[in-house]
Write a protein that binds this ligand. Structure first.
Ligand code: GLY
Length: 341
């Protein structure tokens, strides 16, 4: 299989993202001359990498409960005991949680040590590991503390996807579905490796144009949150058995229904959203028993909502951030969704 190389320009420099089968073997090459490597992973991941130099594996816990400042402190203390220096590197091997936590710890340890990401999930490959967003949760909310810390390289080894449980693999497709609407390109017919590379390329372009997600930008990095306003509300409500990518899938169809009601897109474009999401075997409606009032309240509290209800919405000029959305229309779109098959 071909290896695709995408260059991300950010953080005043650039770095390669390699996509293909077996690219983990390129780790020594992308690390270059380093003395030691701290590999950060989770016990259940079982995807081994060989940095080709002295290294030690540091494991962090599973689930959102592990995405805390306490985990960052534990990691930094373990690195200090081991003697990690700024001449060394961190290599994060895992899903978005691992790359977010290890990336943040790398950003703050000794005021910054280099990191290479080896995402092992589709979600990590097309989103979390690319673009330098790192961070952890607070009891008050998700990803409230973090830093922009660009990796030195990202290795998207497609062999890792074979190790994933089916539902986890499908969940990653939700983030992938998002990219179908961020450009005019149809990704449907592409084989997996090319599709992952295409998603990385789209993200790289968005990040290069707006690395730090300028507040108030209509077309900046915030468009990467397409489908995420309802998705985050569904996740925050916490009562629904949905993976992130499944929640994003529902959020994409909701965003299309809302954009149509606001006169931004037509019926055919909504149907296209449904086709893409269904094509990935993902849900197009919230689970039964969903509480629309609660979701409306949570959507109003979204981090993007600085000026009334705020959504990334498709329209004649593509996806852009729209503020001050009429709550009645937003509620109508939600009701239409809940009623759909
Ligand atoms: N996941 C959205 C971003 O990286 O900006």
């Amino acid at each position: 299989m071909t290896t695709h190389t995408v260059t991300v320009r950010a953080g005043g420099g650039s770095y390669p993202v390699l996509v293909g089968s077996g690219v983990r073997r390129r780790l020594p090459e992308v690390l270059g001359e380093v003395r030691r490597v701290a590999v950060v992973t989770q016990a259940a991941i079982g995807f081994e990498v060989d940095p080709g130099c002295e290294h030690e594996v540091f494991t962090i816990g599973e689930g959102e409960e592990a995405k805390t400042l306490a985990t960052v402190e534990e990691l930094c203390r373990a690195w200090a005991r081991w003697g990690l220096t700024r001449a060394d590197r961190v290599v994060a091997v895992g899903g978005g949680l691992v790359t977010d936590v290890a990336g943040f710890a790398a950003a703050v340890y000794h005021r910054g040590v280099g990191v290479v990401h080896v995402p092992t999930t589709l979600l990590g490959m097309v989103d979390a590991a690319i673009g330098g967003k790192t961070g952890v949760n607070l009891p008050e909310g998700k990803n409230l503390v973090g830093a922009f810390w660009q990796p030195g390289a990202v290795l998207c080894d497609l062999d890792a996807l074979a190790t994933l449980p089916e539902r986890e693999r499908r969940s990653g497709l939700g983030e992938m579905a998002k990219y179908h609407f961020l450009t005019g390109r149809d990704l449907t017919a592409l084989p997996l490796d090319e599709r992952v590379a295409a998603c990385v390329r789209i993200k790289a372009e968005v990040v290069a144009a707006d690395e730090r997600e300028r507040v108030g930008a209509r077309r900046g990095r915030a468009v990467l949150n397409y489908g995420h306003t309802l998705a985050h509300a569904l996740e925050t409500a916490g009562r629904y058995d949905l993976r992130h990518g499944e929640a994003v899938a529902v959020g994409l169809v909701y965003a299309a229904e809302l954009a149509r009601r606001l006169g931004r897109i037509d019926d055919a474009r909504v149907a296209h959203h449904r086709r893409v999401v269904e094509g990935y075997g993902l849900p197009t409606a919230p689970p039964p028993g969903v509480d629309p009032d609660e979701l409306m309240t949570l959507m109003a509290r979204d981090k993007k909502a600085v000026d009334g209800l705020t959504f990334a919405l498709d329209g004649p000029d593509g996806v852009e951030v729209v503020t001050g959305v009429d709550p009645t229309v937003a509620a109508e779109a939600l009701a239409a969704l809940a009623g759909s098959p």
